[in-house]
Design a protein around this ligand. Structure first.
Ligand code: NDP
Length: 301
């Protein structure tokens, strides 16, 4: 079997188009959704993420509010800015780009964001709402995985799913979302025994471990759907100038998994592009909820 490739780039473009359409509807009701992104320090990777988020926010017709603070910003000043954004009715989503410098307690900052504006879905209130099957702001990467799975399968009810990884950002919320869609869910991690056998039983495998090509094709049940969240930069030979050639790979060994799976997301171009698309979807959802407007269908859990 050769797997169907789930094209995350194309799917993310569809999600952004849907968000843009809904932003037009919301604007007609007199509200412009606004996303505030806070960046502390000069981490180059974070600066690129923030730039991309700002660009895509504007492209879908939303307001992008960027706060770039110097690396020596005090925790108190950052918390004061969050409080100001919490109170600002033009701001519907707030995101503080992680990591923050060591002298700032990231947990304290995340806890300070108003849950209704917590478009990353990391606030403990949203974690609790998701865990109890209530309306929450859902973390963007697992939400993107869920959207792709629903799009591919329609109903996920009754399917067996294995989530590899138990982080608060990906693994745990992913498992909650799959449970919410009535999958039978196993969460595997570094202490899981007989991991290959655990994975072999699954109709859906979501890999979020951060280990390059850890899952080989012979762990995959024939016809299963493989969602590869991992983003790992590996060295692959040398360039003409003698410097190492690098490329991105997922947590699954793509060629061998694609030979067995029914469907698979590639890396790059799979889950990655969905994350910002879901951030925009969450901002729109937060804006609709804050203003008593109808929430768009298909853009949340
Ligand atoms: P974490 O490092 O926080 O969590 C990794 C998880 O994998 C842990 O639960 C760990 O288990 C488990 N694990 C590690 N090694 C093994 C192993 N050998 N066998 C089984 N389980 C193992 O990572 P994240 O969840 O933050 O990210 C995971 C991957 O997803 C990374 O590659 C990251 O770059 C990528 N990512 C991609 C995003 C995107 O937009 N596409 C967004 C977020 C992350 P234990 O708890 O026991 O230590």
């Amino acid at each position: 079997m050769t797997a169907t490739v789930i094209d995350g780039k194309a799917f993310a473009a569809k999600v952004r188009a849907k968000v843009a359409e809904e932003v037009t509807r919301v604007k007609a009701a007199g509200v412009t959704p606004g996303l505030a992104v806070v960046l502390v320090g000069e981490d180059p990777a974070s600066a690129v993420y923030v730039r991309n988020k700002g660009k895509q926010t504007v492209e879908v017709g939303m307001e992008s509010i960027e706060h770039k603070l110097p690396a020596d910003t005090s925790e108190a000043d950052l918390l004061a800015l969050i409080a100001q954004l919490n109170a600002d009715p033009a701001v519907h989503g707030i995101l503080c780009q992680l990591p923050v410098p060591d002298h700032i307690d990231a947990d304290k900052v995340l806890a300070a964001i108003a849950p209704a504006k917590d478009v990353d879905g990391f606030h403990i209130s949203n974690v609790g709402l998701l865990a109890t099957g209530q309306k929450a702001m859902v973390p963007c990467t697992p939400l993107g995985c869920l959207m792709m799975l629903r799009d591919h399968h329609g109903s996920l009810s009754g399917m067996s799913a294995v989530v590899l990884g138990r982080s608060n950002i990906v693994g745990k919320p992913m498992a909650q979302l799959l449970l919410g869609d009535s999958c039978t869910v196993t969460i595997a991690h570094s202490r899981t025994k007989d991991l290959a056998d655990v994975v072999r039983g699954a109709d859906i495998v979501v890999a979020a471990v951060g280990r390059p090509e850890m899952v080989p094709g012979d762990w995959i049940k024939p016809g299963a759907t493989v969602i590869d969240v991992g983003i790992n930069r590996i060295e692959d030979g040398v360039k003409e100038d003698g410097t190492p050639r690098r490329r991105l790979v997922g947590d699954c060994h793509y060629d061998s998994c694609a030979a067995v799976a029914g469907a698979i997301t590639p890396v790059p171009g799979g889950v990655g592009p969905m994350t910002i698309a879901c951030l925009l979807a969450n901002t729109l959802t937060a804006c609709c909820r804050a203003n008593g407007l109808e929430e768009p269908a298909g853009l949340t859990a």
